[in-house]
Write a protein that binds this ligand. Sequence first.
Ligand code: SF4
Ligand code: SF4
Length: 76
Amino acid sequence: MTLVIDEDKCARCGVCEPECPNEAITQTEDAYVIDPLLCTECKEHYGEPLCAAVCTNNGIRKIKESLFKRYKNLFG
Ligand code: SF4
Ligand code: SF4
């Protein structure tokens, strides 16, 4: 599994970015993105994805790795 930010739901509020213990979330020109190589799903810190917990727009969700590759092909 990996975490992705849904651009359609993300309000670009920036709340999730400083919460990430691994600095896996960054702001690009027009979106917030999660680096799958840095994201550990917060397992070692909180036991659940903290970014998803603080997002009030339900904009962060888990997807399967195989779907993530397809997602990357579609949306970069
Ligand atoms: S907390 Fe949610 S709405 Fe705010 S920037 Fe992060 S993903 Fe987007
Ligand atoms: S799940 Fe945790 S490690 Fe992964 S991006 Fe969210 S806050 Fe960062």
